[in-house]
Write a protein that binds this ligand. Structure first.
Ligand code: ZN
Length: 311
């Protein structure tokens, strides 16, 4: 085991937050605020009679509120007190080794005892486990799992929460992400190969002559499996379009125009538009073929506004 992993492992089992009692007992006003905010309409949280009808002694707090009862007060946070020097030390060790990024990966809660108004709640948190170094899609890092245990005034465990984060070394940023790859197969590879040569081809049934797009193995008209291609003339009209703003993916420039273009030959395809501001695009407008040479392995047809006939 490396010295560093040994250091990390020494944190396992250590208490991050010693037993801390919530500042207020479980109470109706806080329950009311919570259920109203969350839209929880179950009557067992505010209506004693309805709660008794379910066999309870009276109203109970929503289980998911568990964390609420022991949250630090605003004044305590503002005072800048470090609630957990052990945790601070662990994070400093991870940061020092380059694991400077964090992402929450999962949370696992268990509820054992329902809380009633007047109950006091305490919480204690320990480092449950720290993983070996793992390679993930985000980068190399360690999964850190902590366990919060909540108890009532009688010392009973009312619930637990496992909280897992990945502390990772961020991958060096690429200059620019590549466009997503098409899923190539025997039925569409020819189309993308033609695009690399700046040829927009349309699949044609050699039995009945019907043109089709997207590409496929069989003619939808006559079920023939025989086909060839014709080269599109490159003129068409905007049949429909959307302008994407979010979510933003590194490979694209935004706002991103995604149009369904009806080719002069009659088939339609989805493509980006170039050479036009999104608010100038109109359904029915004439367009002509352009090309996006995205990277050495990917060329895609795009469409720009058609040059005026008389110019
Ligand atoms: Zn056919």
């Amino acid at each position: 085991m490396s010295d560093f992993l040994g250091t990390l492992r020494s944190f396992e089992g250590q208490t991050i937050v010693p037993t801390t009692w919530g500042p207020d007992a479980v109470n109706i006003p806080m329950i009311r605020h919570w259920v109203e905010t969350m839209g929880d309409t179950s009557p067992i949280h505010l209506d004693d009679e309805a709660a008794r009808a379910t066999g309870r002694d009276g109203v109970v707090a929503p289980a998911q509120m568990l964390q609420v009862w022991t949250m630090r007060t605003y004044a305590d946070k503002m005072a800048g007190n470090d609630p957990s020097p052990v945790w601070t030390e662990l994070i400093a060790a991870l940061d020092g080794a380059g694991f400077t990024s964090v992402v929450a990966t999962d949370s696992d809660q268990e509820f054992h005892v329902e809380l009633r108004p007047g109950d006091r709640v305490s919480m204690t948190e320990v480092v449950e486990s720290i993983s070996d170094e793992k390679k993930t899609g985000l980068g190399t890092g360690h999964f850190v799992t902590t366990l919060k245990t909540y108890r009532n005034g009688d010392g009973e465990v009312v619930g637990t929460q496992r909280w897992r984060t990945l502390r990772f070394r961020p991958k060096p940023a690429q200059s620019r992400a590549l466009r997503p790859r098409p899923a190539l197969n025997a039925d569409n590879a020819f189309w993308f190969e033609a695009a690399k040569q700046h040829r927009l081809v349309i699949q044609r049934c050699t039995s009945c002559g019907t043109l089709r797009h997207p590409t496929g193995p069989m003619c939808g008209q006559c079920r023939s499996l025989d086909w060839d291609t014709v080269d599109a003339c490159g003129r068409g009209t905007v049949y429909s379009f959307v302008v994407n703003h979010h979510p933003r993916i590194d490979a694209f420039d935004y706002p991103l125009i995604v149009a369904t273009v009806e080719l002069a030959e009659g088939t339609r395809l989805i493509a980006n538009m170039t050479g036009i501001e999104p608010d100038r695009v109109e359904i029915g407008m004439p367009v002509e073929l352009d090309w996006i040479d995205a990277d050495p392995d990917l060329t895609l047809p795009a469409f720009r506004p058609a040059a005026r006939e008389d110019s």
